[in-house]
Design a protein around this ligand. Sequence first.
Ligand code: AMP
Length: 287
Amino acid sequence: MEKEKLKIAVQKSGRLFDDSIGLLRKCNIHINNGRDQLKASASNFPVEVLYLRNSDIPNYVESGVADLGIVGENLLVETGKEVEKVLPLGFSKCRLSIAGVKGRPLRDLKDLEGKTIATSYPNTLRSFLDENQISASIHTISGSVEIAPNIGLSDYICDLVSSGSTLFKNGLEEKVVLLKSQACLIQKKSLSPEKEAIRDKLVFRIEATLQAKLNKYILMNVPNGKISDIIELLPGMKSPTVMPLAVEGWSSVHTVIQEEEFWEILARLKEHGAEGILVVPIEKMIL
Ligand code: AMP
């Protein structure tokens, strides 16, 4: 009998594709075929990857055609499908925002009253307007939303923003953030015990990969008299490793620090007498 395989839906083409497949590869899951196929099996892990249109993924996961999927949280809100969020994946971070012509500040949400807003996310926008008791007209378009105000199609747009450069190029600026989004792993409501076990293994690998990305391993040489000052500065996993160097009076101190705080900490370590500081990427990390 063929062994159970977990079916995981990923975007066929578009922004999420590279990071989704890259994440599976970092989890040492070798996917055999390219995305010109509808599906591909992994040679060393019981998963099958289904390459689907982004907007169809929540639907396929809800109906159970796929067991898991990788999509932006914004799409879950927009489609309102009954699926479970398993974990955030840390890529494709963006905001769904209302933007309008630069230099014309929106003093109050009530300024949107009676205006036209172009968007590809009409459901999310409608709920936001309803919650704030604003009556505005929604113009649904499927792409290039940012040009709508310049061609007289709408007063505002409601679109995904990350760096803001698309808005900037079109003379627009962000006025109100409706929601923050990132890619996340989703699953259908109930999985068989066999599939749950495979999902748990996959989630374990993903978490170890994501943790590793967020952290750096650092090593430095410290005069023995300064070790306690240096340890005070280190927010490491538990307690740092301290090992004597061949040179009398010096030790090597090793620890793990979060990527986002390491520039700040590196400068302070140097000030407090650390030398020869090495910062090394971590391949996998299990807490
Ligand atoms: P797309 O490939 O452009 O259809 O976008 C697919 C998904 O990528 C969206 O549902 C969002 O979750 C995410 N996304 C879209 N635009 C952006 C952006 N500007 N920055 C980051 N993520 C985005």
